[in-house]
Design a protein around this ligand. Structure first.
Ligand SMILES: [Zn+2]
Ligand SMILES: [Zn+2]
Length: 162
């Protein structure tokens, strides 16, 4: 399983014509394997000690993957960037769903039509950064209340930590 993600990651990196490094493969494979967007910290935690990839490398590789459009980053209201691998079927015009209870962020590939706002004359859209907030399927069924108050205090705690 893990091997397949590595193979896919390596192929994707090869298409850029840039150097294929172990760190690039490991980090892209980690994004491909994840079922939601990951923060720098999540990625560090998921990389094995043995990979020898340090924090600085994680930042650098994520920047590179974003530049190459192999990954895209999503801004959270907690001011933490989250990263997701971009599969070939995804366009830059897609929205995200953030769960208020478990903080999971997923890509919504099928935006349908009508969510893209009409822009003033002469404006050129490059990317749509739209996040829908609510409860994911797991949290909806587990009966967690929309944690509005909780999310707010959590955000304060998060910024205090930084
Ligand atoms: Zn959830
Ligand atoms: Zn996305």
């Amino acid at each position: 399983m893990a091997v397949n993600f590595r193979v896919t990651a390596e192929e994707l990196i090869r298409t850029t014509g840039a150097r294929v490094t172990n760190a690039r493969i490991e980090i892209l494979a980690t994004l491909l394997k994840a079922d939601g967007a990951l923060t720098h910290g999540d990625i560090e935690n998921r990389l094995s000690e043995a990979s020898g990839i340090d924090r600085v490398t994680v930042y650098r590789v994520l920047d590179w993957l974003t530049q190459q459009a192999l990954a895209h980053r999503i801004s959270g209201d907690d001011r933490v960037w989250r990263f997701n691998a971009v599969t070939s079927t995804q366009s830059h015009h897609h929205a995200h769903f953030k769960c208020n209870a478990c903080s999971r962020v997923i890509c919504l590939d099928d935006l349908g039509t009508g969510l893209a706002p009409k822009l003033p004359l002469g404006f050129t859209p490059v990317e749509v950064d739209l996040t829908i907030k609510g409860l994911c399927a797991d949290c909806s069924t587990s009966g967690k209340a929309p944690a509005t108050a909780k999310a707010k205090s959590g955000r304060r705690a998060a910024s205090a930590r930084r």
